[in-house]
Design a binder for this molecule. Structure first.
Ligand code: PXP
Length: 241
């Protein structure tokens, strides 16, 4: 059975709007575990726009499932991974000006550098995954780097309008999954997956994990609205006129 790994970054996005304490991404992660998530993923970005260092440290100490740490291949992040020891690191490209991760990491351009970068991480017993486009050259390079997992970027599929463009993106991903599996890689999927477009993978064998964040946090905000407003309305209704 494939695993659902829940990304709680955007709970932290909401907290950082006020630079306060709520909503607490660690609490959201523990609730996600109770609800059936098989792991929690967070992206500690260089600019710390959502997840903070203390979030990663606390998650590492409190989760009963697995912590996946998404990060850029920088010396700072390598040191954090070696200290916190997540179950898996997922290497992603990172640009300060982007709203979210915009595409796969060009691993084909950096085979030796990424192999060297991952060596101490693997030596510490941490698994690795490379977030890549479903392109043969990237899959071949991922194999050469020696990461056991790739995460195939599903964002272009998710963003494409329904019709031939989306069909083409889906076909590219399915071919990528096949190629990666044949090369001996384990395959995760992530980015832009929601309660509708995820069904495209229902009958696709060989997918280890689905990494999903934004659509889950978005739904949680709306499904929780009735309780949250109802509670405050109840409180206010007891006040003097
Ligand atoms: N996988 C990777 C590598 C990502 O960068 C992200 C976004 O942080 C996700 C999965 C989750 O994407 P989404 O929030 O769109 O579900």
């Amino acid at each position: 059975m494939p695993y659902l790994v829940v990304n709680v970054d955007h709970v932290a996005t909401l907290r950082q709007q006020r630079l306060g304490h709520e909503p607490e991404p660690v609490a959201a992660a523990l609730m996600a575990e109770l609800a059936g998530a098989r792991g929690i993923i967070t992206h500690l970005r260089e600019d710390r726009r959502h997840i903070q260092d203390r979030d990663v440290e606390l998650l590492a100490r409190t989760l009963s499932t697995r912590l996946h740490l998404e990060m850029a291949a920088t010396a700072e992040m390598q040191a954090i991974a070696l200290r916190v020891k997540p179950y898996m690191v997922c290497l992603v490209p990172e640009k300060r000006e982007e709203l979210t991760t915009e595409g796969g990491l060009d691993v084909a351009a950096r085979v030796d550098a990424l192999r060297d970068f991952l060596a101490p991480i693997h030596a510490a017993g941490i698994l690795s995954s490379l977030f890549i486009e479903a392109a043969p050259a990237q899959i071949e390079a991922a194999t050469a780097i020696g990461a056991p997992y790739v995460e195939i970027h599903t964002g272009h599929y998710a963003d494409a309008p329904e019709g031939p463009a989306r069909d083409a993106e889906l076909a590219r991903i399915l071919e990528g999954i096949r190629t990666a599996r044949e090369a001996g890689l384990k395959v995760n999927l992530g980015h832009g997956l929601n309660y509708t477009n995820v069904f495209a993978f229902a009958d696709v064998p060989g997918i280890s994990e689905y990494s999903i964040g934004h659509s889950i946090v978005s739904r949680a905000v709306l499904t929780g609205m009735e309780e949250a407003v109802g509670r405050m309305a109840d409180i206010i209704s007891t006040f003097v006129d």
